[in-house]
Write a protein that binds this ligand. Sequence first.
Ligand code: KIV
Ligand code: ZN
Length: 550
Amino acid sequence: MNEDGVRKQKETVVIFDTTLRDGEQSPGATLNVDEKVEIARQLSRLGVDICEAGFPIASPGDFEAVRRIAEEVGSLTEGRKSGQPMVIAGLARANKQDIKRAYEAVRVAPRHRIHTFLATSDIHLKHKLKMDREECIEQVIESVEYAKAFCDDIEFSPEDAGRSDPEFLVQVLEQAIKAGATTLNIPDTVGYTTPEEFGWLIKYLIDNTPGAETVIWSTHCHNDLGLATANTLAGVQAGARQVEVTLNGIGERAGNTSLEEVVMAIETRPQKFDVKTNIDTTQITRTSHMVATYTGMVVQANKAIVGANAFAHEAGIHQDGMLKNQQTYEIMRPETVGLHASRLVMGKHSGSHAFRVRLEEMGYDNLSSEEINLAFKRFKRLADKKKVVTDADIEAIIADEIYQPPEIWKLKKIQVSCGDHSIPTASVHMIGPDGKDYRDAALGTGPVDAAYEAINRIVGVKNRLTEFNINAVTEGLDAVAEATIRIQPYNGESQYAFNPQTNQPVARTFSGHGASTDIVVASARAYLSALNKMLAARVVESSTVEMVAG
Ligand code: KIV
Ligand code: ZN
């Protein structure tokens, strides 16, 4: 209410999702182009306002992903509270080559943005950029003006703002506004600040930068001290009206602010945060799961909002309280975030029409007839084994069957023998890139190890398994198991990729996922999916490094 007792409209906080850019920069979160497009579609359903689709100059693959997202997702409005399609943003360093490339990638989206950045902290200026403050200001003006000639919607970020001199920041940001920036994003790049400091910084910049009222102020916090969400919310309380976030908080090092935490804090504590968002919170669980599956970055069980235990009550005293009144131990209803939203619920009598309709209702409205038929066959096989097939099972089928890297090697059959009285043995039958059949067998320490050894004998690519996870998609002994794994190549040409933001080579990890009611089959599919990604990356990598470095 305002002073006259009139109910005040809450202002909207713009949700800028950078899962596909900063999130994908986390070691091992490599996504292929199809996976990125599919995640972007889901971000659109979730209600994200701005999707930072990637860093187009970083590689031809990054460029292609941003371009395809702009083209295929940049016009979608279905189910969106705002009624508007997402703005598609591309990241660019503050130089002409990057900015032009970013524009070329996003331009086909009806609503597009160029996001350009330059570091402003003395430590970055001196050691990384080797420039003084004056040169920094000049480069900001030149870059923002150059970007403005391409499009109206320009975001500028003074990288490492959290450790920059606030008075210098005011000077830089004033010039960025004059040059045409429409959003000013304040990154705590190394996750150094505390909520009090970060809130103070946002307020100081808004209060002191000439022209501040003409732009949107934004937060971009990293989680090195576990303070990213707290800092972001402090920024909102200080006047920021855009927050940069990722699903599950993935991102460089300890990650970025997590979308679900900020959105649910705003939803759950309306008295504390006098703002609203355009997010459809019931899509949170599904989006989180998709991001975890495709990136191979499994969510810790006790993660707020989306962890497996986030709504589980184990202690007897808690269970007793919950039975008497849910509010005793629950501040949000699980349904609000889309947990247990649909237990429906198809079975072996469901026909292809019902299956197709269900897929559409779930948002899979872009599958070809061939893909739907493939998924339907898998569904039928599953329904034969399992009485009820839930939405979660269908999601696992789609992820396993459709959103996989191009199959360089294909798994045809696998058989294992194991137990505590025999040496685990696996035999596999695969189809190679030449279309020929390959068969081999191997021993291992367990059935999965034996399966991997047998696959290795055929594919012959040395790698190191860095992570292996297996989860049941639903409850019960007949549940579909979903395996997520990560591998790294041994020393070789594809061990490194180039991070243009830091100008450093980075270790490369490849993730894979697979689903089946049989855990060995799920694990073998996941392993092959990661191997196929690794092999595909080998082909394009050398051109990537040359282009960025040159
Ligand atoms: O953390 C950071 O500073 C960034 C910028 C590119 C916004 O990711
Ligand atoms: Zn960042």
